[in-house]
Design a binder for this molecule. Structure first.
Ligand SMILES: Nc1ncnc2c1ncn2[C@@H]1O[C@H](COP(=O)(O)OP(=O)(O)O)[C@@H](O)[C@H]1O
Ligand SMILES: [Mg+2]
Length: 337
């Protein structure tokens, strides 16, 4: 059974106008009908360009945002309807690691008390037991436990992200949603933090949802990868399959970008440069949301919304990329100056 099931989740943000009587004039369709499953012990990578709804989805899953519609089922329980004790238990089981290791730590508080926060909120242990637990956690994430009295500014970016990880682990969660945990870090530090997360997963039996804005970061940590575009999942597949044989033209174009380090595959793949910008989530295009930028789009794509079809490897596309097919976008590699 899956540990987490996201069922047709939508999250719309109202845009209001008027000084006294606030009327809703439009809505941001930040997450618009996402269904995904995450199995115990696995890592589901979630990838997509900035603004496609990754953080909003993360916040819905961890209960930080109420959903507009749909269900989030954790360990067999619909958590969108929880309150009281059930909600408290859920909040222990599911934690989040944020992108910004600077913004998410209060600079005026000592790291020991930051890491102990969840223990205090959930009233676990007395002061001495908490300090012991904090030092244990610091050790677990590779920080010197004697530094619990220091302030966040005394730590490097990578170490601050370790503080965030220690805090997320304090309550022994089962699922951790990592929202671009290494995007703000130097490339040289990214691998260390990713390795730490992978080691912790093995050691503690954790399940991860790992969000990133490009496919190269999630490649080595994800068992399966979901690709999002404008509030929707356009493709989901076991990692290796997705990288080897992308079916959705959007995934293909992301993979054809130079940053994905696989010389063999990217040499065989033509470089697709997408036309135009990502459309606004306030007025998403009808039919397939990707059709205005898609090199394979036909008339049907602008009227009929494609369903996410398939079993293990699913793609929402009327004209998926065939194995070995080379897409031509606005420009091909070699054509560029
Ligand atoms: N609290 C909010 N109020 C209004 N719009 C929001 C809010 N949070 C996010 N959005 C909008 O929802 C869309 C998705 O945002 P987000 O989930 O942060 O994307 P991502 O994490 O993929 O970059 C964006 O258009 C963003 O501007
Ligand atoms: Mg985000």
């Amino acid at each position: 059974m899956s540990l987490l099931r996201i069922e047709d989740v939508r999250k719309y943000f109202p845009i209001k106008e008027g000084l006294f009587v606030r009327r809703e004039i439009a809505r941001v369709h930040a997450v618009d009908g996402v269904s995904l499953e995450v199995n115990p012990g696995e890592t589901l990578g979630v990838v997509g360009e900035s603004g496609c709804g990754k953080s909003t989805l993360a916040r819905c899953v961890t209960g930080l945002h109420p959903v507009t519609s749909g269900r989030i089922v954790f360990d067999g329980q619909d958590v969108t309807r929880l309150s009281g004790r059930g909600l408290k238990a859920f909040r222990r089981d599911v934690q989040m690691i944020f992108q910004d290791p600077y913004g998410s730590l209060n600079p005026r508080r000592r790291v020991g008390s930051i890491i102990a926060d969840p223990l205090v909120v959930h009233r676990i242990g007395d002061a001495r037991a908490r300090r012991r637990r904090v030092q244990e956690l610091m050790e677990l994430v590779g920080l010197n436990p004697e530094h619990y009295n220091r302030f966040p500014a005394e730590f490097s970016g990578g170490q601050r992200q370790r503080i965030g990880i220690a805090r997320a682990l304090a309550l022994k969660p089962r699922l951790i949603v990592c929202d671009e945990p290494v995007s703000a870090l130097d490339v040289s530090i990214q691998a260390q933090v990713i390795n730490l997360l992978t080691d912790l997963q093995g050691e503690l039996g954790l399940t991860y949802v790992f969000i990133a804005h490009d496919l190269s970061v999630v490649r080595y940590v994800s068992d399966r990868v979901a690709v999002m575009y404008l509030g929707k999942v356009v493709e989901v597949a076991p990692g290796e399959q997705l990288y080897r044989e992308p079916r959705h033209p959007y995934t293909y174009s992301l993979l054809s970008a130079a940053s994905v380090a696989d010389p063999d595959a990217s040499a065989a793949r033509s470089r697709v440069i997408l036309a135009g910008d990502v459309p606004s989530p306030i007025t998403p295009p009808p039919g397939c949301r990707f059709h205005p930028r898609c090199p394979k789009a036909q008339a049907r794509c602008s009227t009929e919304e494609p369903l996410l079809l398939g079993v293990e490897h699913r793609a929402a596309c009327h004209f998926p990329v065939e194995p070995g097919e080379r897409l031509t976008g606005a420009t091909r590699s070699g054509d560029r100056p």
